[in-house]
Design a binder for this molecule. Structure first.
Ligand SMILES: C[S@@+](CC[C@H](N)C(=O)[O-])C[C@H]1O[C@@H](n2cnc3c(N)ncnc32)[C@H](O)[C@@H]1O
Length: 308
């Protein structure tokens, strides 16, 4: 298979890095940190990184297409001051960036989710702005460019009391990104630029990162096994269950959603020769969160119940 991304070197394996990430050591170079959210094809991220070798850039996008296109351009243009995170930005800031560590966060033409019942998907909610505030240095900035008037007004409504001085202006094109081109072709030539400058620091409780509690049980009956899904603050849905009687090993697929973070991983229930161990299956990319623990707890509770 031809690797269209050319090199994975700038891609950060955030599942194995210690949280928050020590960006300085990843870049091997101490410099102010600038983060682009939703870089799309990466045109502006790369342009800026080239123009500013004195800054370190982190691009976040949740789509593979965006990631591989940008990785490819980074390699071809031999840029060393950009790292890429393939992740959901709503989850990333609280976990992967230390408080007061970022100089600037920006987003170009973020998805406006124009339908009223889709508003909850909009990224720059008050909650997200508070999270950004806690990660920015004092006087650090968030700036957002959008073509969408209702999204612009909505962000203005979200901003009060999030610790920012807010200003805005209308600007012309000049970023040369895919979406800017798209709007230009549609005849739009004025965009809203919102600038939020941090003036009050908001302390945000750190999301809990856990040492996971795994379980050992004396007996396990696959036929009686029927763990219950849960839909509360944390959602845990159990899906496929596979059992290999020759190896005395079962795997159960769990989908866990907490805040806006989704994990899809396997839990193994394996005979050790003496007892059975319940734990997340190595190699499927889970990370230890309250939700991961909850999934293990539910499996254990259901097994304990079925043994009574
Ligand atoms: C409308 S496109 C704009 C892309 C680019 N900035 C441009 O101007 O062409 C929005 C981008 O944000 C990404 N995105 C949307 N929601 C995201 C989220 N929660 N976390 C990370 N990336 C997200 C999408 O994958 C997409 O690449």
């Amino acid at each position: 298979m031809k690797a269209r991304y050319l090199s994975l070197e700038p891609l950060v394996n955030w599942r194995v890095e210690k949280h928050p990430i020590n960006w300085q050591s990843l870049f091997n170079y101490k410099a102010p940190l600038v983060v682009e959210v939703g870089f799309g094809n990466g045109e502006y991220l790369i342009k800026r990184a080239k123009e500013h070798p004195e800054l370190n850039f982190v691009g976040i996008d949740r789509e593979w297409q965006s990631v591989w296109r940008t990785l490819r351009a980074i390699k071809i243009q031999q840029i060393s001051n950009v790292k890429i995170l393939k992740a959901d930005a709503r989850w990333v800031f609280g976990r992967l960036f230390a408080p007061e560590s970022i100089q600037e966060v920006y987003a170009l033409f973020p998805c406006p989710w124009p339908k009223r019942h889709h508003e909850r998907y909009r990224l720059f909610s008050r909650r997200f702005l508070l999270r950004l505030n806690s990660r920015l240095v004092m006087d650090g900035v968030v700036w957002i460019v959008t073509d969408d008037e209702s999204y612009f007004k909505w962000i203005l409504d979200q901003a009060p009391n999030a610790g920012f001085l807010v200003s805005w202006e209308t600007i012309g094109p000049g970023f040369f990104t895919k979406y800017e081109n798209k709007w230009k072709k549609a005849g739009k030539n004025r965009f809203y630029k919102l600038t939020l400058t941090k003036e009050i620091h908001h302390l945000l409780g750190e999301p809990e990162e856990l040492g996971l509690r795994t379980y050992r049980i004396k007996d396990f009956s696959p036929d009686l096994f029927s763990p219950k899904s849960m839909r509360e603050d944390v959602v845990v849905e159990f899906k496929d269950f596979l059992y290999d009687p020759a190896r005395k090993r079962a795997v159960l697929r769990a989908v866990v959603i907490e805040d806006e973070f989704l994990q899809d991983f396997w839990i193994e229930i394996r005979y050790t020769g003496e007892d059975w161990i319940i734990r997340p299956y190595e190699g499927c990319g889970w990370i230890p969160t309250v939700g991961t623990q909850k999934a293990l707890d539910l499996v254990w509770e259901s097994v304990e119940g079925s043994l009574e």
